[in-house]
Design a protein around this ligand. Sequence first.
Ligand SMILES: [Mg+2]
Length: 262
Amino acid sequence: MSVANIRAIIFDVDGVLFAGKQVISGAPETIRLLKKAGKKLAVVSNNTSHTVEMFLRKFHGAGMPFAYEEIKVATRVTAEYIREKKPGARVYLVGSAGYAEELRKAGLQLTEEGVEADFLVVGNDREISYARYDQGLQALLHGAEFIAANRDPIMPTEEGLKPGCGCLVAGFSAMCGREPDVTIGKPSPQMLKSALKMLGVLAEESLMVGDLLESDIVGAKGLGMQTALVLTGNGEASRKRITHQTTPDYIWPDLNGLRNLL
Ligand SMILES: [Mg+2]
């Protein structure tokens, strides 16, 4: 494998481009240089609360010139997945206002009645209640397809680790004795496949850059992509867990390592 073959680069967001709200040093310059050099770029995130517009504001505010179509966040990829499978489908959502907005934009109907739903979508819902668990359960009992935004059991926030989407998903799985039919976020291939399709490149011609071994590196390797672990964010801790099967193609202290591709 050679960096010369890399036509497209897909970035994880948290720990790679940003540490929470802080821009990681060198990220905006590197993104601009790669764009100038004609590389195809995309970002992927397991985030279940942000719309594409929210991400765009964050990137543009930090001087990273990503375009609308280049943002493949779990909320949007969920909406695209459902729209492709059943346009106008009825969805019972356990999730945030941003998630709801992204589903509505795709022409899907959000229902408050679980029994009516074609799909149960589970994201991270900081206001989860017994009633929502109940409606989600009714959706599954009445044949809805079970979609998990991601399976991350906990998530890092500015206030430390908090319960993640995966713990809500586990609740529904426990009630029904079944796993989700589809998981959108990393390390599941759904989101990366969607990014590769948008970029119009083969997995082998593209590089995934991430800080989390189990999610970014393992997911991308599974698809045959090249992989780079950066040691920002959770990268240093990830490096200690590398095994023979999960060795990334490249390990760089930060995104400046990408300048080797120019
Ligand atoms: Mg990350």
